[in-house]
Design a binder for this molecule. Structure first.
Ligand code: C2E
Ligand code: MG
Ligand code: MG
Length: 726
């Protein structure tokens, strides 16, 4: 059974992939609707699971397109999304032919249950190609309407063949009179001779109002002239014709009809009348409009969404090329918006986003485009620029507008944003290139301290291409044996004894040389490689520690880093447990280091995993304390047993009294909660003395040793520090 997962967020895909793969399913991934279509055409999957909001092509459009492709329309389509602002979204998804509309975060077991249901429905062959919502409402597609018209035709013919004349005419009349489709018969001058009940009901005109008149009395003037021209050309030549037209009811209300028009000829082949059979398709039209709207505009702010923004940018680039002008792309990201959203709720977040969109629109010219790319990401497009510096002025304008606090629900919020700027033609020629580079310029602004803007520069260009190189090389690197693990000793400060080591990954690539973890870990996280890589580091570390425990001390400890993304692996806890078992060490000699960012997302599966690890008797350490939000509540509410103070505080411990205070406070707080404290990055004895004075438990750093390959570490333990073992 092969699944195609369509989602623009790596995390989401990774989570689903692991959930499904752990059940033995095969999984393909696509980042948006376009990619999904390409994949599905080449290799049709058995089930498609798709997000709704995605760049390039969203889930609704994807579903619509797929259901229109003969070979692919049978594939069960599941929406798995957090987009359900209105009940309408779900209805729409189901009306498009989806089998399920699941809302994130859905409990994983519930998710799998739905999958099982669909698989068994499919196996039984009862799975509807179109969703249940469609069975009660008319289809969007013309073929369905043709069917009704055809059936009516057939019925008329059947009646014609079987019954005696008078009876025949009566039945025929009744069939037409009671038909749910509106029927008009005119003479050859197009004067109405007959309309049925459906016509009267739909248009509000009584039969007497219209007999003898031309059907043009229904016209709104909005149906193109060519429509009527083609229509008359066809039917006056004896052919039938069909098309959609907009008409007006007696009360002025506008409605849409799909009409089948045909001449009525006598035995000799002369046209005697014209017949129009029409179906009211207003509902479908409205739904189509809604789909078009929702696939182009952000529901909340009504700004152009990512899809439409890119479309506009494409248009602007064409114009700029023609007129020899410049176009600037401003990529805006609200600083800390997710934190507000998470802590104050989405309702407040939404109000804030609305106010943001107003301020952005106020800050630019009316000809400029403001769009919303995603939750906290906005875009501004400036066209017909002579000079790119104008873009910087607009950015400053925007930043100024954000200086006033935001007033939402009687509370004041200070909100800033970071901006990255690119321009056509200097930085790129295509929308995706300009957008990508503007985003990296924005990230640069964040690194510089936010609330500002940066132009994309060549330096960033090199960063981007370095990144691409790394992405290319990391693929398969584990299999090629390019990764290894180094070990750095941790020292018990009062006794000066080595109590264990921290395992640190190393990557040596033939083309790029040694790549530091700070560079490759984020890429491994984004590509999903962190999961096998993390397993590799753990297995290696446990194996060597088992050896050291035998050789030196059964209390010898090992600390292994765990990335946030590894928690997306539903098998994480099981695989750690299995790795410990097969290594033969006791679980309490293993310590897993996580950073605060792991806890920030607030996902319940992280809490569950941490509790399960704690139950296994594994210690959990908070790594890099002081660099994130350093929230005390995390230390209290999660099962930590160790706190690692970040090296940036240790570095300046002699000079900076604020750092000293932080360390001192962290130590007493940690001790209050019965946590041990490790100081990272200890490079000299002065620092060590200070830490000793402050009551810090353990130290790690170049003062004792750099991280070393296992054999060298072994020598180190044996030669020098061995007698200082616990
Ligand atoms: P970390 O877990 O905070 O590791 C400590 C880092 O400080 C290591 O950098 C270590 O080499 C460095 N360090 C140790 N003593 C000193 C010192 O005295 N002075 C200075 N200046 N630095 C010192 P490294 O090896 O480059 O690793 C960087 C980060 O990469 C780690 O920070 C960790 O977050 C991540 N990392 C490394 N290996 C793994 C891994 O197996 N899995 C995961 N998820 N992350 C890893
Ligand atoms: Mg660490
Ligand atoms: Mg650290």
């Amino acid at each position: 059974m092969k699944f195609l997962i369509v989602d623009d967020i790596d995390d989401n895909r990774l989570l689903l992939r692991h959930t499904l793969e752990s059940r033995g399913f095969t999984v393909q991934e696509a980042g948006n609707g376009i990619q999904a279509l390409d994949l599905a055409r080449v290799e049709p999957p058995d089930i498609i699971i798709s997000d709704v909001l995605m760049p390039e092509m969203d889930g609704f459009t994807l579903c619509r397109v797929l259901k229109g492709i003969e070979q692919l329309k049978q594939i069960p389509f599941i929406f798995y999304t957090s987009t359900c602002l209105e009940k309408e979204d779900e209805k729409l998804g189901m009306a498009l032919g989806a089998s399920r509309y699941l809302l994130k975060p859905v409990d994983l077991s519930e998710f799998l249950l739905s999958i099982d249901e669909i698989i068994s429905e499919h196996a039984k062959g009862i799975l509807p190609v179109t969703g249940s919502a469609l069975n009660t409402e008319p289809n969007f597609e013309a073929p369905h309407q043709v069917n009704i018209a055809q059936k009516l035709d057939e019925k008329i013919r059947d009646v014609g063949e079987q019954v005696p004349n008078e009876e025949k005419i009566k039945t025929l009349f009744q069939a037409i009179e009671q038909s749910p489709l509106s029927v008009i018969i005119t003479d050859t001058n197009a004067n109405i001779e007959y309309v049925n009940q459906a016509f009267e009901q739909i248009t509000g005109y009584a039969s007497d109002d219209v007999i003898g008149k031309n059907p043009r009395l229904l016209k709104t003037g909005n149906t193109p002239k060519s429509f009527y021209k083609e229509l008359w050309q066809a039917i006056s030549k004896g052919k039938s014709w069909k098309g959609e037209l907009q008409n007006q009811k007696k009360n002025g209300e506008i409605f849409w009809e799909l009409g089948h028009f045909s001449p009525v000829v006598d035995e000799r082949g002369t046209i005697r009348h014209y017949l129009a059979i029409k179906e009211d398709i207003t509902k479908n039209k409205q739904q189509e409009e809604l789909v078009t709207y929702q696939t182009h505009f952000d529901v909340l702010t009504e700004l152009p969404n990512r899809f439409l923004s890119i479309e506009r940018l494409t248009q602007l680039l064409n114009e700029a090329q023609r007129d020899n002008k410049k176009v600037a792309v401003l990529f805006l990201d609200l600083d800390d918006f997710n934190r507000i959203n998470d802590s104050l709720g989405h309702e407040t977040g939404d109000k804030l986003a609305l106010e943001v969109s107003t301020r952005l629109q106020d800050a630019v010219r009316s000809v400029d485009t403001v769009g919303r790319l995603g939750g906290d990401e906005f875009i501004v497009l400036l066209s017909s620029l002579e000079d790119v510096n104008e873009a910087g002025q607009v950015a400053e304008n925007i930043l100024n507008r954000f200086e006033d606090v935001f007033h939402i629900d009687d509370r004041d919020f200070a909100l800033t944003l970071s901006v990255g700027i690119t321009n056509y033609p200097d930085d790129g020629k295509t929308p995706s290139e300009l957008l990508r580079k503007a985003e990296s310029a924005m990230k640069h602004t964040k690194q510089l301290g936010r609330n500002s803007y940066s132009y994309f520069t060549d330096l960033m260009n090199r960063e981007v291409s370095r990144r691409l190189q790394l992405e290319e090389q990391i693929h398969g690197a584990l299999g090629r044996g390019e990764f290894s693990v180094n070990y750095q000793p941790q020292i018990d400060i009062p006794s000066n004894r080595i109590i264990g080591t921290e395992a640190l990954l190393r990557w040596d690539n033939p083309a790029l040389g040694q790549i530091p973890p700070l560079e490759f870990i984020p890429i491994a996280e984004e590509t999903g490689l962190i999961i096998p890589l993390g397993k590799f580091a753990l297995t290696e570390a446990l194996a060597i520690t088992a050896l050291w425990q035998k050789k030196y001390s059964s209390h010898f400890r090992i600390a292994v880093n765990l990335s946030r993304k590894q928690f997306l692996d539903p098998e994480l806890v099981n695989s750690i447990e299995a790795a410990i078992k097969s290594s033969g060490i006791t679980p309490d000699s293993l310590e897993l280091e996580i950073t605060e960012s792991v806890l920030l997302s607030g996902h319940s599966y992280i809490d569950t995993a941490l509790e399960a690890l704690k139950k296994l008797d594994i210690s959990i350490a908070m790594d890099d304390f002081g660099t994130g939000y350093s929230s005390l509540s995390y230390l209290r509410s999660y099962p930590f047993s160790v706190l690692k103070i970040d090296q940036s505080f240790v570095r300046d411990i002699e000079r900076d009294s604020a750092d000293r205070q932080l360390i001192s406070a962290a130590i007493s707080m940690a001790h209050g909660l019965r946590l041990k404290v490790v100081a990272e990055g200890v490079e000299n004895t002065e620092q060590l003395d200070y830490l000793k004075h402050l009551g810090c438990d353990y130290a790690q750093g170049y003062l004792f040793s750099k991280p070393l390959p296992s054999q060298e570490m072994d020598k180190l333990i044996e030669s020098g520090i061995a007698e200082r073992l616990p």
